[in-house]
Design a protein around this ligand. Structure first.
Ligand code: IPM
Ligand code: MG
Length: 368
């Protein structure tokens, strides 16, 4: 049988340097665990625009459709701010999500005990926090038509459309219920059914899928604004949160910040199962390309490494290896190792991206 295949798209800014640490872990798995991947690498985002005049070539898109999983670093940077919308780095990312039909975006917000102090909230509010936001990723206002800027009555009008079909809501609701069954069996669905018709439909369909297929899961509904408030008030009341594309974008940033550092958070974007039974999948850190620190060896590679760990778990059925990798990350944090983003106001001496990678590999060695 051939090895599972991985397409690595490091992208822009700190993407390449954090991805380099993931490649070292992939090498470690091959050498020390006999788990081999066929890895190929390609361009996405600004670097693809520089090379080819487009943030994602058709050839790269085609490759992404073929592999078992895509691992993406980050896209974007100030250099590309003035580009036309259609060739902005972010369009590359959005095209991957849309054409691979990666409708369920899993964004865990987990507070590492050693880092609870970094949250802007009190330790008791965030310590031990472990929630999962499932954001619908291929529809809603991000993609709805009509859209654009038009002129009406001598003034410009900006238009975007929130639009959800029943089946789009039902499939992401199923993802949430399935995941909840493997966690604390609790789902909270968030929308704005008080002002949006699409929110009313969202609430109805989530409830229908629940009643017909997942009556054993505890389901609640919340308006998304109240959800934001509850997430900051007492986030541990939640386990799985399922919500639409735009609310999910906002709420997942909020949840990320609860944990203290964006540099720590991975994500998985999953679609329907392929012929081999694996879901179509792309894994990426939640943080962006951080152009201000790019190329300086300051970036925290942990979010990207934990994204690879999610790939082990959700694409390759290697849950035990994912546990091992996550334990190694926890170990180095407990030992006090910190990249620059994890320095408190009192400062200290941060380790480099590479040093953090080396320490995690050492912890992996010690786990054998
Ligand atoms: C995210 C980002 C993207 C989004 C951008 C980069 C297009 O904010 O993944 O959360 O809005 O979806
Ligand atoms: Mg976002």
């Amino acid at each position: 049988m051939s090895n599972p295949s991985l397409l690595i798209l490091p992208g822009d800014g700190i993407g390449p340097e954090v991805m380099a640490e993931v490649r070292r872990i992939i090498d470690w798995m091959s050498e020390r665990r006999g788990i081999r991947f066929d890895v190929s690498e390609d361009l996405v985002g600004g670097c693809a625009y520089d090379a080819h005049g487009t943030p994602l070539t058709d050839a790269t898109m085609e490759k992404a459709q073929q592999v078992d999983a895509v691992l993406l670093g980050a896209v974007g940077g100030p250099k590309y701010d003035d580009l036309d919308f259609s060739v902005k780095p972010e369009r590359g990312l959005l095209r991957l999500r849309k054409e691979m039909d990666l409708y369920a975006n899993l964004r865990p917000a987990q507070c590492f005990d050693a880092l609870a102090e970094f949250s802007s909230l009190k330790r008791e509010v965030v310590a031990g926090l472990d929630i999962m936001i499932i954001r619908e990723l291929t529809s809603g206002v991000y993609f709805g038509e009509p859209r654009g800027v038009v002129v009406e009555n001598n003034e410009r009008v900006g238009i975007n459309t929130q639009r959800y079909t029943e089946s789009e809501i039902a499939r992401v609701a199923r993802s949430a219920f399935e995941l909840a069954r493997r966690r604390s069996n609790k789902v909270c669905s968030m929308e704005k059914a008080n002002v949006m018709e699409s929110g009313v439909l969202w609430r109805d369909v989530v409830q229908e899928v629940h009643d017909a297929e997942y009556p054993d899961v505890e389901l609640s509904h919340m308006y998304a604004d109240a959800g934001a408030m509850q997430l900051t008030r007492w986030p541990k009341q939640f386990d799985v949160i399922v919500t639409d594309n735009l609310f999910g974008d906002l709420l997942s940033d909020l949840a990320a910040m609860l944990t203290g550092s964006l540099g720590m958070l991975p994500s998985a974007s999953l679609g329907a199962p392929m012929a081999n039974g694996r879901p179509k999948a792309m894994y990426e850190p939640v943080h962006g390309s951080a152009p201000d620190i790019a190329g300086q060896g300051k970036a925290n590679p942990i979010a990207c490494i934990l994204s690879f760990s999610m790939a082990l778990r959700y694409s390759f059925d290697l849950g035990a290896e994912a546990d091992r990798l996550e334990a190694a990350v926890e170990k180095v944090l407990a030992d006090g190792l910190r990249t620059a983003d994890l320095m408190g106001p009192e400062g200290g001496s941060p380790v480099s991206t590479q040093d953090m990678g080396s320490a995690i590999i050492k912890a992996l060695d010690e786990s054998l």
